[in-house]
Design a protein around this ligand. Structure first.
Ligand code: SF4
Ligand code: SF4
Length: 362
């Protein structure tokens, strides 16, 4: 079967980031220095080539963009300053918008100010409504938090299914899964430890550690809010309890990890922070605010008690931030990387198991 060529593909991907691969002369230096590029998953040069010749089908069926952790070594050694690392990042944004069946990611990535406006608007509407609400806010917050997991799960399932369809189903023409324990273990280990962040030859432990903090802090925050473990308006908590450890770990991890990420982007520390898309800023700032508002909610509960007016206002701010985050940021931007990367590792194992039946199209 002959592949369709899309002459506008490169122009299209360029809308998702700041790179200049028109300067690339395909020397292959970037793939040679990339510590994560392997024989069976070679990047970024192959991906650049697909983009240059307009081979959209190969890009959509590739897992390689998810194997790149943006260490930036390829960009710092590129003789043409083509920014291949940023190209890979842009490719991930492009793929998110292609996997998103609603088309909203495409709008947010191309016109980030629209996303910012929506976040502020939803936060303001939620907060004003909450401040005017005179009933039992604790119960209302519980109901709101109950809806979050359903909303997010629906998005995650739809994204992962489209990713599976484009990378496996469309090529194999049949539904396959892998129950291989090492494949599943690999997916879980990479998902939780993000260990490829430190696979680069120039080890950036600060970046890896800040990602680990944010990731673990965020997962715990999700558990706390989805299981509605924290009921700050119903009872007063004590400082030295297992719940305090949980809440202070999750909130302080988000504050610390988020601050490091903001600082690195602000001062362009390292290749990976050299270019910041507007959605990257929104992402790290929101993470920081979620951690801060959770910390203040819990601390005011301990200090002032469950019936304090100040606590109720802070808690309302916390829930309003969570609403705008869950509705506008989570499903449409890089948060979803958290699931794509480990799933790509699983799909790669699946591809290997079925390598004889995958017919490579030329
Ligand atoms: S190192 Fe630069 S010029 Fe060479 S293939 Fe990679 S992007 Fe192109
Ligand atoms: S940014 Fe790092 S991991 Fe990604 S392609 Fe370049 S060298 Fe490889």
């Amino acid at each position: 079967m002959t592949k369709k060529v899309n002459p506008k593909l490169l122009k299209e991907i360029k809308k998702y980031g700041a790179f200049d691969i028109s300067a690339c002369f395909n020397c292959g230096n970037c793939s040679a220095v990339c510590p994560l590029s392997k024989e069976e998953l070679s990047f970024p040069r192959v991906m650049i080539r697909h983009a240059q010749i307009g081979d959209k089908q190969s890009i959509l069926s590739s897992l390689e963009p998810w194997m790149c952790y943006y260490c930036g070594e390829c960009s710092s050694t590129c003789p043409r300053d083509a920014s291949p690392g940023e190209f890979m990042m842009s490719l991930r944004r492009y793929l998110i918008s292609e996997y998103d069946i609603t088309g909203i990611s495409k709008i947010f990535y191309r016109f980030p100010y629209i996303q910012n406006i929506f976040v502020i608007f939803i936060f303001a509407i939620a907060l004003i409504t909450f401040l005017k609400f005179n009933g039992d806010f604790g119960s209302l917050a519980a109901k709101i938090e109950l809806v979050f997991p359903f909303y997010i799960t629906l998005y995650i399932i739809s994204y992962l299914f489209i990713m599976y369809k484009k990378t496996i189903l469309d090529r194999l023409k049949k539904f396959v899964v892998s129950l291989n324990p090492s494949n599943i273990k690999n997916m879980i280990v990479h998902g939780f430890t993000q260990k490829n962040f430190i696979a680069c030859s120039e080890k950036d432990y600060v970046r890896w550690f800040s990602h680990l903090l944010v990731m673990s802090g965020y997962i715990l925050t999700l558990i706390i809010s989805n299981l509605h473990i924290l009921e700050p308006l119903k009872k007063q908590y004590l400082l030295f309890t297992p719940l305090s450890v949980l809440i202070y770990y999750s909130s302080l991890s988000l504050i610390a990890g988020g601050s490091v990420m903001i600082f690195r982007r602000l001062f362009k520390k390292g290749q990976s922070s050299k270019f910041s898309h507007s959605t990257d800023w929104l992402f790290v700032i929101m993470l920081f605010l979620i951690g801060l508002s959770l910390f203040l909610t819990y601390t005011s509960n301990i200090v002032f008690g469950a019936d304090s007016n100040l606590l109720e206002i802070i808690y309302k701010i916390n829930i309003a931030i969570e609403i705008s985050w869950i509705l506008i940021v989570v499903p449409f931007t890089k948060w979803i990387h958290m699931f794509f990367r480990p799933f790509a590792i699983y799909l790669n194992g699946l591809k290997k198991e079925n390598s004889q039946v995958i017919v490579e199209e030329i």
